[in-house]
Design a protein. Structure first.
Length: 333
């Protein structure tokens, strides 16, 4: 009986070992896709940073603060394309088209932006309209702004392919259209700016699911931003422009971006940013003409992602359209 018992134990041990090896092989082969899913739904569950991340925020603050609309006092168009975490399958890709301007002979700024954010099998896109009202102060302008619009979220489970069909699963796809709103206040003088804003005020629900027999709700979390910056002329040809951006979301790490950039000859910006999530970024902007600006930035991650990606690229094109024959230059903000 003891020999039979030992034989059964050996057989059981071998089955268990083979099962563990099989599971390990499956997880290894599908690690990237599993990470994408965990990232997406983990983000919604714990209310982490859900807004797209931008390195060149200081060149167009409209997507962060609606009160910025009209602050350049000319009609401005920006197109930004960001490819994040190059080399990681399913990494975020974001494109944004924004425009804003000041109604002539008034204190009203109007504008808006359209965006598309793709992360793995998910698509988050929408359109936001912007209204701001400016009040003249002794040394600058103070403005209040609001954005309202529609957002569409789509999660396609069929886009996730596993190598072993025994582990295929087909939950219900998530498709949701929701309204949303953002608010902000903004102050700007010729060489200083500061602003406060909050996005995703409605905290809309995206989907309902079950985890460990408990009903869970995936929803957008309210985001809070604070920003400030200034322009300090060092001589006739060089201007130093430091800036800071703080981001807060409930149940997520507090984040800050510190930027130091220089303007050379009113034509060329170059700078470096440090992010508290262990990221350093290099950015630049060329003023090709009085009406056309070209920007580029590269992010290098010094955290756990360093070994798995080749950084992030961000390309931006800006147009300044004015009915006046001469434009006010330089425009620091």
């Amino acid at each position: 009986m003891s020999i039979i018992k030992k034989t059964n134990e050996r057989i059981s041990y071998r089955k268990e070992t083979l099962g563990l090896r099989y599971k390990a092989h499956f997880i290894f082969n599908n690690m990237k896709k599993i990470l994408v899913v965990l990232f997406l739904f983990g983000t919604f569950a714990v209310s982490a940073q859900q807004d797209p991340l931008f390195t060149q925020y200081m060149f167009n603050k409209l997507v962060i603060n609606p009160a910025y609309a009209g602050s350049r006092q000319i009609f401005t168009v920006d197109i930004l394309d960001r490819y994040q975490w190059v080399g990681i399958e399913g990494a975020p890709k974001v494109i944004i088209f924004s425009a804003h301007g000041l109604i002539e002979n008034s204190n009203v700024g109007l504008g808006g932006y359209v965006y598309r954010n793709v992360i793995g099998p998910s698509i988050n896109q929408g359109v936001m309209g912007t209204y701001s009202y400016r009040i003249r102060t002794k040394n600058g302008w103070f403005s209040f702004g609001i954005q309202v619009g529609i957002k569409y979220f789509n999660f396609n489970w069929a886009a996730i392919k596993t190598e072993n069909t025994d582990y295929e699963f087909y939950p219900q796809d998530v498709q949701k259209i929701t309204p949303d709103a953002n608010i902000g206040i903004y102050y700007q003088s010729r060489r200083f700016y500061a602003g406060l804003s909050s996005k995703q005020l409605l905290e809309n629900e995206y989907g309902v699911g079950e985890v460990d027999s408990k009903t869970t709700f995936s929803r957008l979390a309210r985001h809070f931003y604070a920003m400030s910056g200034m322009a300090i002329p060092l001589n006739d040809k060089i201007v130093f422009r430091p800036s800071v951006l703080a981001k807060y979301v409930k149940n997520a790490p507090f984040q800050m971006d510190f930027n130091a950039s220089f303007l050379f000859g009113n034509v060329f910006w170059a700078g470096i940013s440090f992010r508290t999530i262990k990221t350093v970024a290099f950015l630049t902007e060329f003023r090709l003409t009085d009406y056309l600006r070209l920007g580029y930035s590269f992010d290098l991650y010094m955290n756990e992602l360093l070994l798995y990606n080749k950084g992030s690229h961000e390309l931006r094109l800006g147009f300044d359209i004015s009915t006046k024959k001469r434009m006010k230059t330089p425009r620091y903000f």
